[in-house]
Design a protein around this ligand. Structure first.
Ligand code: XMP
Length: 462
């Protein structure tokens, strides 16, 4: 049997060349997640429960990348995270959250917590009767006080179908922050807020759908609820679905992709695989993008447990160029890894551990001996497996479970914006070294050299 010697990121360097591209600022880092979903930066936050819920997905989309909401939750909770993203920068909100006038302050507070917003329209039936914002109740101490006693009653409204420019002018003229849209019978049919307009205008390169809302993906598995989950996520506004399985070679993975593509009109990302055969199999099933990576991730134990895997750079090189965009998933620990993954042929990279330590990931900061950390776990870890039964009411057999993922503390890293900007800064720098004004040229100009142990040491890789 012939045994190939394959390579990963730290085994190689990109070769510089004479370059006309003199500034990092002028390069274009845009790419495609699928043929129809364009991103300004090639970074996706991982569908893991210590990495991507709504807050991370909102930040990623604003930065020009995208986040995938994890599936280790009930269908309703996952859909709720998707809908939080879709509402966030939605300049015209189609279905604003409404509360009834007889809601108490106590009920309102738990609604605020659940929905993650702090002002609501007040409706009786569907009819608008008021608006309640934080200002109306922030110093109120009586938890039984009714919304009707605290709300603003004379609400300035605009008609259904009002254009964004008209709405802006009404907001400006009346010095108000929120403008509900109502139909001829006074029923709520939308809302425009000053904040959403300002945010939308300040994130020029954000990833947006055709209505100007932020883009977000939702993950599903290959179990019996995958079609139901997909439908609920699409109804909540998901722009694409990720069929997320550690072993994307399972026939059931391709079957699930086929079933989703048949039932719905939505882009599907499928994985994970690490060879051309795996990519072609999922492409034939209808995948619009394939996720590549068996075991390179920071919390992965597949390689030590199963002895199965494929060094990530070689996997990318083998999997790219097969007529379907690929995501390099796992093993990105520094900006150089992104440069090499993209140069090797990946359209985008997916990141877990590096983003798990940020303010935008779920979970709180843990301080140990005066150092700050956040918790990160593989989705096939014992910890995640046990938690799944708690979150989804699934009955699980912990004793019989062989984990292929681990749990760990990762350094607290502050803002995702800073991390992503640094990562993209590294990619931009690599592009200037390779005379590439865009990622297509970057791939075309890429040449790799492999490193000896001394070369790795010189490169600070070991
Ligand atoms: P990084 O290196 O960015 O990797 O932390 C994130 C990716 O790791 C994969 N993943 C796992 N792989 N066992 C595995 O073998 C696991 O428990 C596990 N959990 C996540 C996943 O592809 C993710 O995007």
């Amino acid at each position: 049997m012939e045994i190939k010697q394959l390579l990963t990121f730290d085994d190689v360097l990109l070769v510089p060349m004479v370059s006309k591209v003199s500034s990092r600022k002028t390069v274009d880092t845009s790419t495609y997640l699928t043929d129809s979903i364009k991103l300004s930066i090639p970074i996706i936050s991982s569908n893991m429960d210590t990495v991507t819920e709504a807050t991370m997905a909102i930040t990623m989309a604003r930065l020009g990348g995208v986040g995938v909401i994890h599936r280790f939750n009930t269908i309703e909770k996952e859909a709720e995270e998707i809908s939080k993203v879709k509402r966030k920068q939605n300049v015209i909100i189609d279905k604003p959250y409404c509360v009834p006038p007889n809601f108490t302050l106590k009920q309102l507070s738990s609604f605020i917590e659940e929905k993650g917003v702090s002002s609501f329209l007040v409706t009786s039936g569907e009819k608008l009767v008021g608006i309640i914002t934080k200002r109306d109740f922030q110093f109120e101490t009586d938890q039984d006080k009714k919304v009707s006693e605290m709300m603003t009653k004379d609400v300035i409204t605009a008609k259904k179908g009002t254009s964004l420019e008209e709405a802006k002018s009404v907001l400006h003229k009346n010095k108000i922050e929120k403008l509900p849209l109502v139909d001829a019978k006074g029923r709520v049919c939308g809302m425009v807020t000053t904040r959403d307009i300002m945010i939308s205008e300040s994130y020029g390169s954000a990833s947006k759908d055709k209505h100007g809302r932020l883009i977000v993906g939702g993950a599903v598995g290959i179990g019996s609820d995958s079609l139901e989950r997909t439908k609920t996520l699409i109804d909540a506004g998901a722009d694409f679905i990720v069929v997320d399985v550690a072993n994307g070679y399972l026939e059931k993975t391709a079957d699930t992709v086929k079933a989703i593509k048949k039932a719905f009109s939505i882009d599907v990302v499928a994985g994970n695989v690490a060879t051309k055969e795996g990519v072609i199999n999922l492409k034939k099933a209808g995948a619009d993008c394939v996720k590549v990576g068996i075991g390179p991730g920071g919390a992965c134990l597949t390689r030590p447990v199963a002895g199965v895997g494929y060094p990530q750079l070689s996997a990318i090189m083998e999997c790219s160029g097969n007529g379907v965009p690929i995501i390099s998933d796992g093993g990105i620990v520094k900006s150089a890894d992104i440069s090499k993954a993209i140069a090797g042929g990946a359209e985008t990279v997916m990141i877990g551990g590096l983003l798990a330590g940020t303010d935008e990931s779920p979970g709180s900061i843990i301080t140990k001996e005066s150092v700050n950390y956040k918790f990160y776990r593989g989705m096939a870890s014992v910890d995640a497996f046990a938690d799944r039964s708690f979150k989804t009411n699934e009955v699980v057999d912990i004793e019989g479970y062989t984990p292929e993922g681990t749990e760990k503390l990762v350094p607290y890293r502050g803002s995702t914006v800073k991390i992503v900007n640094n990562l993209i800064g590294g990619l931009r720098s690599a592009m200037t070294y390779l005379d590439a004004k865009d990622l297509k040229e970057f791939r075309a100009n890429a040449r790799f050299v492999s490193l000896t142990e001394a070369g790795k040491k010189e490169s600070k890789y070991i």
